[in-house]
Ligand binder design. Structure first.
Ligand code: GTP
Ligand code: MG
Length: 191
């Protein structure tokens, strides 16, 4: 667990990565959607019990010989304001959705849209993200009643999102279902 990033850190981070080939993935989504569980399933390959994230949690891994940092940021309303700063350091985004929580799907859609535009009427795309691939994980598929990937796609209205590419994958961070396959898609899009 850590504090929040500073603008200076973000800009230096990008400059350093351009030379070394290192990449940064930002993991975001509403509180309790499963971001930290997803992050550990990707970096450690197993299910770990979590506590709510304060600030951010940075995990570094090697994927097919390349170094990748995962910035797993808290999803509570207050911390969501910092997503935009973290997004400046991101080469890719994982957006985690709790597919069992249809009651918060609208909130999840609004939070995603808010990051991808810089104005309230959603007409000015966030230029930092236009070349970034986005993986949406429709998480918690191990639970009965979880919304399908298609339903989550419709609810989030992802077709119009101003990004490089987007893929919605149903997955479970608890069982690991589809997590590595989803990650493979994202890494291929990122380089
Ligand atoms: N059944 C099920 N539970 C999950 C899954 N992924 C996460 N959870 C549970 O959901 C709860 C929240 O998970 P976290 O990974 O801490 O969620 P988070 O998005 O990091 O939450 P914040 O850090 O508070 O923003 C925990 O009780 C997890 O065990 C999943 O795929 N299936
Ligand atoms: Mg967390």
């Amino acid at each position: 667990m850590g504090g929040a990033l500073s603008t200076k850190y973000v800009d230096n981070y990008r400059a350093r990565n351009q030379k070394s080939g290192r990449r940064g993935i930002l993991v975001i989504g509403l509180d309790g959607s499963g971001k930290t569980t997803v992050t550990y399933q990707i970096t450690l390959g197993k299910h770990i019990n979590t506590v709510p994230t304060m600030g951010h949690n940075k995990e570094t891994m090697k994927y097919e010989g390349r170094k990748i940092d995962m910035f797993d940021v808290g999803g509570s309303m207050l911390v969501r304001e910092t997503w935009r700063l973290y997004a400046r350091a991101a080469d890719a985004i994982i957006y985690v959705v709790d597919a069992t929580d249809s009651g918060r799907m609208e909130e999840a859609a609004a939070a995603l849209r808010k990051l991808f535009y810089t104005d309230d009427s959603f007409s000015k795309p966030n230029s930092a993200l236009m070349q970034v691939p986005v993986l949406v994980l429709a998480n918690k598929q191990d639970m009965p009643g979880a919304m399908s990937g298609q339903k989550v796609q419709r609810a989030l209205d992802t077709d119009s999102l101003p990004c490089k590419s987007i893929q919605i994958i149903p997955a479970s961070a608890r069982t690991g279902e589809n997590i590595q396959a989803a990650m493979m898609w994202l890494v291929n899009e990122m380089y």
